[in-house]
Design a protein around this ligand. Structure first.
Ligand code: SF4
Length: 385
């Protein structure tokens, strides 16, 4: 394996691209677009009408770093629960509504920070788009137009044959125009597809054709492993071109997992400050210690640490010392021992059985000092070099 510098860069790397210029909307206290930091959102999986369970899941999401949460609102009972949920949630709540205008009005009245609704659906069943635009305007409630490949307008499916990027974008811009004709532009848009290639091309096209902030998502991305990769690849492509203002990773997994993945994607792209980072080698035939186990144990031991600390876990003495030396804290293992480095200096050599506890102990000391020095809070990250 090639030796690489694991040190925290003194000057942060420049962003991959200038952010696309977009108008700004306010989802409660969270600004979206207009150069605001890219936010991470998720969606509850509870019945919204079960207020206790929904608030409990929102609290878990908040603790995992989620900044905006969406709740489904398919029934009157769900609509009735919105006011309490919006009031008690620690993060802004978006009501996700299809078809029924009465739930849109209920969500706006309930104090939801935004509503996801497609005016095309509303127009088709009960044309109250003008009233919705006025109510949203009066309450300062932004609206997300969310076009999904799976629910694309039949007219566009006939025109394009399938959910192509052009079809998704035409649908989104048509939906937006239904609000624009009433002077309402407090909008963000998503054009989701389960194929990252189609999705990336759709967002690229949309980014060229409007200045609305964009909510990125790969819809039905799949179970955790596949969904994480699809989302990372698609968001990475778009965000590295400056496209995207808020992200939702969709996984068939608990929503807090979506948030962790979203945060990690932003940190990896340098769009969010990196926090605790475990840099562990992939191991190879030279390894003299079980690197996976060591890395897992150190990661578990430092879970919850909220300072930007880079901890290197290296499997052997060939590349290990050079690399561990570059991190804030590191270990290079060999011959049943571990050399412990702090800020480039070997501070001690301990038996293999003591490596984990020594690293945790030293990490705590450094973290304490960093906290005294005013380092901010954040999420841990794990990187395999
Ligand atoms: S054991 Fe780890 S540090 Fe040593 S050479 Fe192999 S990959 Fe690199």
């Amino acid at each position: 394996m090639t030796a690489v510098s694991l040190g925290m860069p003194e000057v942060p790397a420049p962003p991959l691209a200038e952010r696309r210029a977009s108008r700004r909307i306010q989802v409660g206290p969270v600004a979206v677009g207009g150069g605001a930091p890219v936010s991470v959102q998720s969606m509850t999986t509870t019945r919204t009408s079960d207020i206790g369970a929904t608030l409990q899941q929102i609290a878990e999401l908040t603790a995992s770093g989620c900044q905006i949460v969406r709740v489904a609102c398919p029934t009157q009972d769900d609509a009735d629960a919105l006011a309490t949920i919006a009031r008690k949630s620690q993060i802004p709540v978006i009501a996700d509504i299809h078809f029924q205008p009465k739930y849109v009005f209920a969500a706006i009245e309930a104090g939801c920070a935004a509503v996801r609704v497609n005016p095309g659906n509303i127009k088709q069943f009960d044309d109250r788009v003008k009233e919705i635009a006025r109510a949203a305007q009066d309450h300062g409630t932004p609206i997300r137009i969310g076009v999904n490949a799976g629910s694309l307008d039949r007219r566009l499916l006939q025109k394009y044959g399938r959910a192509t990027p052009e079809a998704l974008v035409e649908s989104a811009l048509w939906e937006a125009s239904l609000f624009e004709e009433h002077g309402f532009r407090d909008i963000k848009i998503s054009v989701k597809h389960n194929d990252p290639v189609v999705m990336v091309n759709a967002y690229r096209l949309l980014a060229e054709r409007c200045d609305y902030p964009l909510h990125l998502g790969v819809t039905e991305a799949g179970p955790a492993f596949q969904g994480t990769i699809k989302s990372a690849v698609a968001f990475g492509a778009l965000l590295s071109e400056g496209i995207g203002d808020t992200i939702r990773v969709s996984l068939s997994a608990p929503p807090a997992e979506e948030v962790k993945v979203g945060i990690q994607i932003l940190q990896s792209l340098g769009l969010r400050e990196r926090r605790l980072e475990i840099v562990s080698c992939p191991s190879c035939g030279r390894a003299q210690v079980d690197v996976y186990k060591l890395a897992d144990e150190v990661t578990a031991g430092l879970d919850g640490m909220e300072v930007p600390l880079r901890v290197a876990v290296m499997g052997c003495v060939v590349n290990g010392p050079g690399e561990a030396r570059e991190a804030d804290l590191g270990v290079a293992s060999g011959n049943g021992k571990g050399q412990i480095f702090v800020k480039g200096e070997v501070i001690k050599t301990v038996p293999e059985s003591k490596i984990v506890e020594t690293l945790i102990e030293e990490a705590m000391k450094i973290a304490e000092q960093m906290e005294k020095d005013g380092a901010a809070s954040g999420e841990p990250a794990v990187t395999v070099s």
